[in-house]
Design a binder for this molecule. Structure first.
Ligand code: PEP
Length: 265
């Protein structure tokens, strides 16, 4: 199955509007004239979405700029109203957002997002035709206790509760072992491949082999230029969700380039 890899920068709470503009100028100049057999996505903080959209979609924006897709890092499960600090899916649509990261381990651990909340957000995102990047992953304690499969199975089953086959086709899954996020410790390519194969098999149980074979599953957790090629060479790894190493244009570009080095162009 030929799945187009997807490399997404998750900037977290970094990069205000002026830093976003600086990053893009540098990234686009490095990208000039190059094309990769992959999707490139950037997820800035909400307050930088306007700048990102302006630079990528202004008249005169280059083909390279227009090929970059925009993601949000979160969305509300509600449509509108008294939800101080929240941002709705329709507001995101106004900024030409295509993707939305949902279920990130930081949202689960720091903001208490449950599988049920994540599921409600996935439904809300699909109502607005946004594509969820649905994050799952185990903590080190869960892995060491032998609970990897149970944790992933529960997150997938509950997070995707009542998600239709049609909507599932628009979802990207990001497997991110919590112990590898922001720690500098990357899962070995064997650990990552085994987890990705497990995720794909659970999706096959829920949605059938055909859908499972088409779903893209990104790896996330301390991806760097030096480990991107080896991780992306694994048969069930279809790109990366990148935090720290995507804050710097050269390093993000090298991850994409190295990650694509084994892909048919
Ligand atoms: C992330 O936050 O999704 C992530 C993978 O971060 P890092 O690349 O910094 O580990």
């Amino acid at each position: 199955m030929n799945r187009k890899p997807i490399f997404a920068a998750n900037w977290k709470m970094n990069m205000g509007a002026s830093a976003t503009e600086d990053f893009l100028k540098s990234f686009l100049s490095k990208l000039l004239g190059q094309s990769f057999p992959a999707e490139i996505v950037i997820a800035p903080p909400f307050v930088s979405l306007a700048k990102l959209t302006e630079v990528l979609h202004s008249s005169g924006a280059s083909n390279e700029a227009q090929s970059i897709q925009i993601a949000a890092q979160n969305c509300s499960e509600h449509d509108a109203g008294a939800y101080t600090g929240e941002v709705s899916v329709l507001m995101l649509r106004e900024f030409l957002v295509h993707y939305v990261i949902l279920g990130h381990s930081e949202r689960r651990a720091i903001y208490g997002e449950t599988d049920a909340v994540i599921n409600a957000k996935i439904h809300k995102a699909r109502e607005a035709n946004l594509k969820p990047i649905f994050c799952i992953g185990e903590t080190l304690a869960q892995r060491e206790a032998g609970h990897l499969e149970t944790v992933l199975r529960t997150q997938i089953t509950e997070g995707l509760n009542n998600v239709s086959d049609k909507d599932m086709a628009e979802i990207v899954v990001a497997y991110e072992p919590v112990w590898a996020i922001g720690t500098g410790v990357t899962a070995s390519s064997q650990q990552a491949q085994d987890a990705h194969a497990l995720v794909r098999s659970v999706i096959a149980e829920l949605y059938g082999q055909d859908t499972a074979a088409k779903i893209r599953i990104q790896y996330g957790g301390s991806v760097k230029p030096a480990n991107a090629a080896e991780l992306m060479a694994c048969p069930d790894i279809d790109g990366a969700l990148i935090g720290g190493a995507a804050l710097e244009p050269q390093s993000f570009l090298e991850i994409i380039r190295n990650g694509c080095s084994n892909q048919p162009s």
